[in-house]
Design a protein around this ligand. Structure first.
Ligand SMILES: *Cc1c(COP(=O)(O)O)cnc(C)c1O
Length: 356
């Protein structure tokens, strides 16, 4: 077919080789696959939010610098005074901005693996090479392997998810510090799960001139909003801001984010509930014969089913109406469950007991 050859001639081979990011249809299922906050807002808060959104003038372009949202985020997230922020349509967009700006021919993106798949995907989109460095025992950073890889690959940027997805653990902060000092390029500490871990490099930003910290509101209850932020030295962020599309955050997003940040205590209460459920679910999983679960500092738990193939367990759960994440191809034998409401977690545990 003519069109096929045209596709082969025009589309970059590394893009043709990719399969699109797969999101399963969750209709009718208990959704524990994507690290969403299971709680919504109470009705009175939703009404107040609707009033805020009603007042937005959609005929006008949004504030390209999202100044009001930024100012509020600086306070809420305790961004150090001399550090700058760039906001993105989710932190995924920020990863993309970083890669776009750094994508010289042969430039390398590095990350320990297994980790968040978007680092490698976006590196590929930007025409960069991805260098993954396997994690060590119990998914800790392999410091020697990382240092050797830094020397060999000279990466333009290293992404460290802190806590890591899909393993759920926090890397050793002292090892991260030594990697930042040894890195020839940038290091981005991705704190998407900060609300569940309470460990951060944010206040330490001024200590390093090649460190950036990334956060998102997604895992805290606003996944549908799409708001991520990158914090770091103004000299670095001014460069990344150049490749940001001017109106990347719409007026509805800006107004809703501001509203949400005025109700931060609501989100904090919900994340505290999720942390309590995380401990309960973890204890229940480790008590199950034939299951190995890893401790988590995030809002999900990684586990391995030793008595039955992970893919079979995944399918059995799906039949029982519970959607989790099958990681078998990334970490053999492993599955990942997001912490839901107490009722959802009970439904998951019951279905899992039957599936084993
Ligand atoms: C979910 C996740 C993100 C993506 O967050 P968005 O702001 O929703 O784009 C980034 N990093 C890690 C490690 C994640 O798990």
């Amino acid at each position: 077919m003519k069109d096929k050859s045209r596709i082969e001639r025009l589309i970059r081979p590394e893009i043709r080789a990719l399969s699109a990011y797969h999101v399963p249809d969750p209709t009718g299922l208990i959704k524990l696959d994507a690290m969403e906050n299971p709680y919504t807002w109470p009705e009175d808060v939703r009404r107040a939010w609707a009033e805020v959104v009603r007042a937005v003038e959609l005929n006008r372009y949004p504030d390209p610098g999202a100044r009001v949202v930024k100012a509020r985020l600086r306070e809420v997230l305790a961004v150090p005074a001399d550090m700058e922020l760039v906001l993105g349509n989710g932190s995924d967009e920020l990863i993309q901005l970083i890669c776009l700006a750094l994508a010289r021919p042969k430039a390398v993106v590095m990350a320990p693996t297994p980790t968040f798949v978007m680092y490698e995907m976006i590196a590929t989109f930007a025409g960069m090479r991805f260098a993954g460095v396997p994690l060590g025992d119990d998914f800790a950073l392999d410091e020697v392997a990382m240092l050797t890889a830094l020397e060999r690959e000279r990466p333009a940027v290293v992404f460290l998810a802190y806590p890591n997805n899909p393993t759920g653990n926090l890397f050793d902060a002292a090892v991260i510090e030594r990697l930042v000092r040894a890195a020839p390029g940038l290091v981005v500490v991705d704190e998407a799960y900060h609300a569940f871990a309470h460990a951060s490099f944010m206040e330490r930003l001024p200590e390093f001139d090649n460190l950036l910290v990334m956060r998102t509101l997604s895992k805290q209850g606003l996944a549908g909003l799409r708001l991520g932020l990158l914090a770091g030295a103004p000299t670095w962020l001014a460069q990344f801001d150049k490749v940001r599309l001017p109106y990347n955050l719409g007026s509805l997003t800006q107004a809703s984010a501001l509203f949400a940040l005025q109700h931060i205590e609501l989100m904090d209460t919900q994340t505290a509930d999720v942390r309590v459920e995380r401990e309960r679910l973890y204890q229940a999983l480790v008590a199950l014969p034939g299951v190995r679960a890893w401790p988590s500092r995030a809002n999900f738990i990684l586990f391995r089913t030793e008595a039955r193939a992970a893919t079979d367990v995944f399918s059995a759960l799906l039949k029982a109406g519970v959607l989790i994440k099958n990681l078998d191809r990334m970490i053999p034998g492993c599955l990942r469950v997001t912490i839901g409401t107490p009722e959802e977690n009970c439904a998951f545990l019951n279905a899992l007991k039957h599936a084993l």
